[in-house]
Write a protein that binds this ligand. Structure first.
Ligand code: GLN
Length: 534
């Protein structure tokens, strides 16, 4: 018997609804309840896989190969769960299902409409997630802001769902912003009142308000919000800006957030066990070391574009009592080896993350070369592995002009090439090699040692791969292919034994890192960076 919690946002977007949804998941799990999170995105793209990271931030990939909103990353990291296709629903995917059904004649001649057909499909997705995960609580967050035209079908579906399932089984939480006016020194509640009014006019009365604020909310303001938004005073929850997002669950717990939720849903109140999380936040706030890690990518103007990579670096830092500062490097700037040196001389490690397209590639190659020649700890992710192999082929093996056919179709040495099964692929959405695949690690290698096991499983998102025709040549010249697909065919990890940590992988380890369980490859990088620094 799943209970449903709906989270909407008001006043402005980018309020941190995702962190609130993830934090609530954490607080309920810490009481022994099971939880699944779901994200509703009102845009028309079928999934964010085809969107530019500048538009949308990172594309988060799940075990089952869904290309999803980055909020799923927060959900997984906070609740230590593995989500999938059903956990991210876009308007595009809902319309796609409905239109396909219409084309198959399944509506038996009916006029297909937003209500009931689109709203029914949205409700079906809620039920499908509940059926798949059988959680005590399904926490469904609606992207965007209440009042957005494109969000209306989701709000209407939630309104209907609450009527049909019952108000004891469903709950509405509205996350808003209280702007602070420095001139009068006041927190303003009016925008939140308007936002709740809008939600009410669409048939939903929220039971709980979570208010983002820079300052503590005075009691008078809390009571005012409660009175004008028709919620109990204990249901006005303050959510202050924190120095780390991982502190948010603890701040919410202090205000009894999860217990208020449980009471509203007639569920037994249980004591939270947050000891480990408190210990984690204590470690985050009291680091013994500081490390500077260069992240050389092309979407550096929007830090959300690499959010899982940044979080993974921080997680590995926490485990090693180190605060990780990111030095954002626009890879174009490393136009030659000298420039790469200038950019990298003050950092303790280098990460080259995933990406697409030729822009910035030569700069990445220079940065990787600098790291290799100077024993600067380095981790390459997906495109980062492909660049590692190109750099090695050019500068160690001596294959001048070696490249990936993604960047130079006519290269004489295509050391990275389109995967065989990709050659016939035409469309762009959900057509890469996606999701979890097993990988076998070679005995005696650095990565085998770091993982501590022979078979691992990691998430992928790529079309190109190391060209097997060059494997032997690369290996003869000292590059170790330390991880392959279990059939030995695909190169999944490469490393250089002579360097302390020069490791690159074809998959995206950043999607499986957790604040309390850093990923072995990031942990290996951070440990090497600390060795170098001391
Ligand atoms: N562009 C490369 C490929 O498609 C790398 C992809 C990535 O880094 N996610 O294989």
């Amino acid at each position: 018997m799943t209970k449903y919690i709906f989270i909407t946002g008001g006043v402005v977007s980018s309020l941190g609804k995702g962190i609130v949804a993830a934090s609530l998941g954490k607080l309920l799990r810490s009481r022994g309840y099971t939880v699944a999170n779901q994200k509703f995105d009102p845009y028309i793209n079928v999934d964010p896989g085809t969107m530019s990271p500048f538009q949308h931030g990172e594309v988060f990939v799940t075990d089952d190969g869904a290309e999803t909103d980055l909020d799923l990353g927060h959900y997984e990291r906070f609740t230590d769960t593995s989500l999938g296709h059903i956990n991210n629903v876009t308007s595009g995917s809902v319309y796609q299902t409905v239109i396909e059904k219409e084309r198959r004649g399944e509506y038996l001649g009916a006029t297909v409409q937003t209500i009931p057909h689109i709203t029914n499909e949205i409700k079906a997705r809620l039920q499908k997630a509940a059926k798949q995960f059988k959680p005590d609580f399904l926490i469904a967050e609606v992207g965007g802001t209440v009042g957005d035209i494109e969000g209306l079908p989701f709000i209407e579906a939630i309104r209907q769902f609450r009527v049909e399932e019952g108000y004891d089984k469903t709950l509405s939480i509205h996350v808003t912003l209280l702007p602070f006016l420095p001139t009068s020194g006041e927190l303003k509640t009016k925008p939140s009142q308007h936002s709740v009014n809008t939600l009410r006019s669409q048939g939903i009365q929220p039971e709980i308000l979570v208010c983002r604020t820079q300052k503590a909310i005075p009691k008078g303001e809390k009571n005012k919000l409660a009175l004008f938004c028709s919620v109990a005073p204990e249901c006005v929850i303050e959510c202050r800006d924190m120095s780390t997002i991982y502190e948010v669950p603890l701040a919410l717990e202090k205000q009894n957030f999860a217990n208020v939720v449980l009471k509203k849903l007639n569920m037994p109140l249980k004591k939270a066990n947050l000891d480990d999380w408190i210990h984690l936040v204590d470690k985050i706030k009291n680091p013994k070391h500081t490390l500077k890690v260069a992240l050389a990518g092309k979407y550096t103007k929007l830090s959300d574009a690499y959010i899982s990579v940044v979080e993974s670096l921080k997680h590995a830092g926490y485990a090693n009592d180190a605060k990780v500062e990111i030095k954002w490097v626009v890879s174009d700037e490393c136009t030659n080896l000298k420039k790469a040196k200038e950019v990298l001389k003050d950092v303790d490690a280098l990460v080259v993350p995933g990406g697409f397209g030729v822009r910035g590639i030569e700069g990445k190659l220079n940065a990787i070369r600098y790291a290799r020649e100077n024993n600067l700890p380095f981790l390459g992710l997906c495109l980062g592995l492909q660049c590692t192999v190109i750099e090695y082929a050019r500068n160690v093996v001596g294959l001048e002009g070696a490249n990936s056919t993604e960047f130079d179709e006519g290269t004489n040495y295509p050391v990275v090439d389109l995967m065989a099964e990709q050659k016939s692929v035409k469309g762009y959405g959900a057509t890469m090699r996606l999701g979890e695949y097993k990988c076998e690690l070679k005995a005696g290698t650095k990565v085998r040692n770091a993982y501590g096991s022979k078979i691992i499983s990691e998430r992928h998102r790529h079309r190109y791969e190391v060209n097997n025709e060059y494997k032997k040549l690369l290996e003869e010249k000292g590059l170790v292919i330390s991880g392959t697909s279990p059939d030995g065919f695909l190169a999944e990890i490469v490393e250089i034994p002579a360097n302390d940590w020069h490791v690159a992988c074809q998959f995206h380890p950043e999607f499986k890192s957790r604040p309390e369980k850093p990923h072995p490859l990031f942990n290996g990088l951070i440990k090497a960076a600390l060795r170098r620094k001391s």
